[in-house]
Design a protein around this ligand. Structure first.
Ligand code: TNX
Length: 523
């Protein structure tokens, strides 16, 4: 045999060995339409081939905008740990070479809207186009779900990183897709909130509503009323140690959320649900006597003194300081369950608070009970239980956030054996959580009245982050899909197969989820 022949034989043997080792491990995916994407995109066209990331893949960004470049850096950060590749992020005006990822922000892509994207994967290159940086970010989230689940591991994996080829065009149904976390009944620190934000962002949610005050705890520093946190923040349900965010920590949360295209909506619950404030300052009570700190779980027993000017000085300071550290457009003023406030006092109070919120340049959101007041400019009403209030809201020109407790309250138990949660709004299994539509839920309310959807997580029974995850998963991805995907494309039988494949993702991310037997979970 000549040297050349020996080399050829060795090459053939080497290639066979290489292919068989790899094919034992994984088959590259080639059918994009089989991808288990949540939320389901508007359209998917499969290409039949596959693209592979390799150690020299770079991320090119075509845009003048820093935000677009930051999405590139965020993507590199997602891909580096598991692949071990470098993923340089570079600006460009030209079409990059094969093997790379290309993010394009283009003023001509108006049809994609503020959050839409087009993801085109060929054998040669991955391209994400969007009109706004948020669209690039959501294109990145889709790409993330198309890669092998191992991409979520923090240590380097010896596998190949293939993605099926094709084109996805996608944009959301609703502008507001949120979740609420109650940090008052039990307090959760900055790192927990960051993890919550990351979990929401992966499913294209764009709002985190923080329930920052309630009877059991005041959780945001107000510099001009310091006892709100030193006293009012000092405990929690069950008598735990409580806690609060300094304004600096709150800003850290806001910025972390912003980098993930999530708006923080801060809520100060007024005029009821205020025992923590009433225990901090005697002058907020009509009898001028401080209340005891409260660590139980009853609702509806507290109220600010609505005919006392001191109350409005207090509300003014709180809203002023909060608005100054909140770049998002909304301030949520609570307004729920005012069982201890006379109706006329409640209306008088909400009317005045509405003016204060407006004075500080923010748009007011309130729970549905606020429709009893004289709602002014662009109010947003959060529906949770009473259809009459929802209908009254649209009569008054308000937009609705749909949070019907019987379908979307994340603190409801899955079934009677659930170790965590309440059940005053029934048991909400993963199928029931998915099987409803915001525009069909209340007769007379349709998409034109709806700003979006929000899944609230009240924390009376939740002590640690594992508990939060158990209530969120597997229901939250379904709520994300309800908020994002076209109604006519949603189908439980098909969704449950996709959801079943996300357990691998839950395992890799060490998410403590409820393994509902409604789902055939895939290893
Ligand atoms: C009702 S829903 C509340 C909260 C409780 C929750 C428990 C709403 C606006 N208020 O104060 O935490 O039920 O599920």
């Amino acid at each position: 045999m000549t040297k050349k022949m020996i080399n050829s034989v060795l090459l053939v043997i080497g290639t066979i060995a290489f292919l068989s080792i790899n094919s034992c491990k994984q088959q590259p995916p080639t059918d994009l339409s089989k991808a288990a994407l949540i939320p389901l995109p508007v359209s998917i066209e499969a290409g039949g081939g596959s693209f592979a990331l390799y150690d020299q893949t770079k991320i090119y960004v075509s845009s003048e905008s820093n935000e677009a470049f930051d999405v590139g850096i965020y993507l590199a950060g997602l891909l580096k740990p598991a692949t071990g590749f470098g993923f340089k992020v570079l600006p460009t005006n030209a079409i990059p070479d094969n093997g790379n990822i290309f993010l394009i922000l283009s003023g001509s892509q108006t049809q994609l809207g503020d959050e839409g994207y087009e993801l085109v994967i060929t054998d040669e290159i991955i391209t994400i186009k969007a009109f706004k940086p948020a669209g690039l970010f959501y294109g990145v989230q889709t790409l993330r779900q198309l890669l092998p689940m191992e991409i979520e591991t923090k240590s380097q994996q010896q596998i190949s990183w293939h993605v099926a080829t094709g084109t996805i065009t996608d944009y959301p149904r609703y502008a507001y897709r949120g979740s609420m976390l109650d940090v008052s009944r039990h307090f959760f620190g900055v790192d927990d909130i960051k993890r919550y934000i990351d979990l929401l962002a992966a499913y294209k949610m764009n709002v985190l509503h923080l329930h920052l005050s309630d009877d059991q705890g005041w959780r945001i520093e107000i510099k001009s009323w310091p006892k709100l946190t030193t006293v009012g923040g000092s405990t929690a349900v069950g008598g735990g140690k409580g806690g609060f965010y300094t304004q600096e920590q709150y800003t850290e949360i806001v910025n972390y959320a912003k980098e993930r295209y999530i708006t923080i909506v801060p809520e100060i619950d007024l005029p009821g649900h205020t025992n923590a404030a009433l225990a901090s300052y005697a002058g907020l009570n009509c009898d001028n006597k401080k209340r005891e700190l409260y660590t139980g779980t009853k609702v509806g027993f507290s109220t600010l003194c609505t005919r006392n000017e001191n109350t409005y000085a207090f509300v003014d300071s709180v809203i002023r300081e909060l608005a100054a550290i909140t770049p998002g457009p909304f301030i949520h003023i609570g307004g729920d369950e005012p069982h201890s406030t006379e109706k006329e006092d409640y209306i008088y109070f909400i009317n005045r608070v509405q003016d204060i919120v407006q004075l500080y340049g923010k748009q007011m959101i309130g729970w549905e009970e606020i429709v009893q007041a004289d709602l002014k400019t662009n109010p947003v009403v959060q529906y949770w239980a009473n259809e009459k209030y929802a209908l009254k809201a649209i009569e008054k020109g308000a937009k609705l956030i749909m949070s019907p407790a019987w379908k979307i309250y994340l603190d409801m138990q899955y079934d009677s054996t659930s170790p965590l949660g309440l059940h005053w709004a029934g048991y909400i299994e993963v199928d029931s959580a998915y099987l409803w539509d915001p525009a069909q839920y209340v007769d007379g309310i349709s998409d034109e009245n709806i700003l979006g959807v929000e899944c609230p997580l009240w924390s009376e029974t939740l002590l640690q982050f594992d508990d939060i995850e158990y209530m969120l998963f597997p229901r939250m991805p379904g709520y994300a899909e309800i908020g994002w995907s076209p109604a006519e494309k949603r189908n439980w039988e098909e969704y449950k197969v996709r959801l079943g494949k996300h357990s691998a993702w839950f395992e890799v991310k060490k998410i403590n989820y409820y393994p509902s037997d409604k789902i055939n979970w895939q290893e």
